[in-house]
Design a protein. Structure first.
Length: 401
């Protein structure tokens, strides 16, 4: 097997060695409780405070106390949505999109089914772009919260969340965005936006798992999800995970320094991968909005074969990729994102996501371009669907002409 090539960074990233180095002293030397008054606690508290300012800088937030530490993206999403519902109990409607991560979509569906909320699920077009007119029509004074992702985790398609937040604010509706895929990949300036709450997760930006944050703009009504102690200014009870928080802070600092590389070199590698594969493989196309997406994400649909089989054979070649969200992989059904975009089943089943990082090299990309065409050819030779369709025109227009 060739050396391992990791192209599944939207699922999780390798913890940066500098992040590990920053964390280690807080396990063994500065191990105190950040709430304690003695020196051990003071050292832990200093690490926590420094991390808060590091994340503030990455987010472009106005105040460091707008950053509340959580266990990760799912907790941040849940806290934001349930807080808005508690703050506006007279409002019984929720707005979200059809392509949200399960951390948001499953919660909203539960609230609709079990708690009686009316749920507006905004559709997307064949490129994964939000239907702005449907969004506009869903907004009213009856809506307690809008929760729409900044970037789709499967296709990388970006939503105009700053515009969406302004539209919500015109009706005094709180706006939350799940931004776990955007933070660390694109420059942010939340101080100048109408976004009320934003979720992020450490393991998406070369930080540790089990730590995240929720940005809460100053002045936003907020009701804690976890009650108890006074930690996080009373907004999230529980002894702080100081090593994880310190790691998240250092990861944020490194991500901020690497934004230019992310949007130049990494973007060029993504384009090299796509163009190489499209030139060598027929009946495949890029899904999502190729003109407005994350710099690291390529989702290609290979018609008439199964994505799971592609991943298995890629893994044998030492290449790690994904068939979509890690939270839904393993299902034999196309992802809800592919279905929402109307991708034909003959192509949706073969959708494969490659998500790069600042650690990805040109040699790794070239290796994937070299091995994947043979894998696709082999699988199609075994596919009754391919044999039946061979020689026909494509069932779906590719993103690249």
């Amino acid at each position: 097997m060739e050396p391992a090539i990791y192209l599944d960074n939207n699922a999780t990233t390798r913890v940066d060695p500098e992040v590990v180095a920053a964390m280690l002293p807080f396990f063994t030397e500065h191990f105190g409780n950040a709430s304690s008054m003695h020196g051990f606690g003071t050292a832990a508290g200093a690490g926590l405070a420094r991390a808060r300012t590091q994340i503030q800088a990455l987010l472009g937030a106005a105040h460091d106390h707008e950053v509340v530490f959580t266990s990760g993206g799912s907790e941040s999403d849940t806290a934001a949505i349930l807080s808005a519902l508690a703050a506006y109990p007279e409002r019984r409607e929720i707005v979200t999109s059809a392509v949200e991560h399960p951390a948001v979509l499953s919660l909203c569906q539960y609230l609709a089914k079990q708690e009686g909320y009316r749920l507006h699920v905004i559709p997307v077009d064949e490129r994964g772009r939000l239907d702005l007119e449907a969004y506009r029509e869903a907004l009213s004074e009856r809506v307690a919260v809008v929760s729409i992702m900044w970037a789709n985790n499967e296709t990388g398609t970006l939503f105009p969340v700053e515009q969406l937040a302004e539209m919500a604010h015109a009706l005094d509706i709180p706006f939350h965005t799940d931004a776990v895929q955007v933070v660390g990949k694109l420059p942010l300036k939340l101080a100048d936006s109408a976004i009320d709450m934003l979720s992020l997760s450490g393991h998406k930006l070369h930080g540790p798992k089990g730590i995240g944050a929720l940005y809460i703009k100053r002045g936003t009504r907020f009701r804690p999800l976890i009650r108890g102690g006074h930690q996080e200014r009373g907004r999230r009870a529980g002894t702080e995970n100081v090593p994880g928080i310190v790691g998240l802070g250092r990861a944020a600092e490194l991500a901020l320094a690497g934004l230019t590389d992310e949007n130049t070199r990494v973007r060029a590698l993504r384009d090299r991968l796509e163009q190489g594969l499209l030139a060598r493989i027929d009946h495949c196309f890029v899904t999502g909005d190729v003109d407005n997406r994350l710099p690291n994400t390529a989702n290609l649909a290979f018609e008439f074969i199964e994505g799971e089989a592609i991943l298995l054979l890629l893994n044998r070649e030492g290449v790690a990729a994904s068939s979509g969200s890690a939270c839904t992989s393993g299902s034999l059904e196309p992802s809800h994102v592919m279905r929402a975009m109307g991708i034909p089943y003959t192509a949706a089943h073969g959708a494969t996501r490659f998500s790069l990082s600042r650690e990805t090299t040109e040699a790794e990309i070239d290796r994937v371009v070299a091995v994947l065409p043979g894998i696709v050819e082999r699988l199609r030779s075994l596919s009754p669907y391919w044999n039946a369709a061979e020689g026909t025109t494509k069932t779906f227009e590719p993103a690249y002409a």
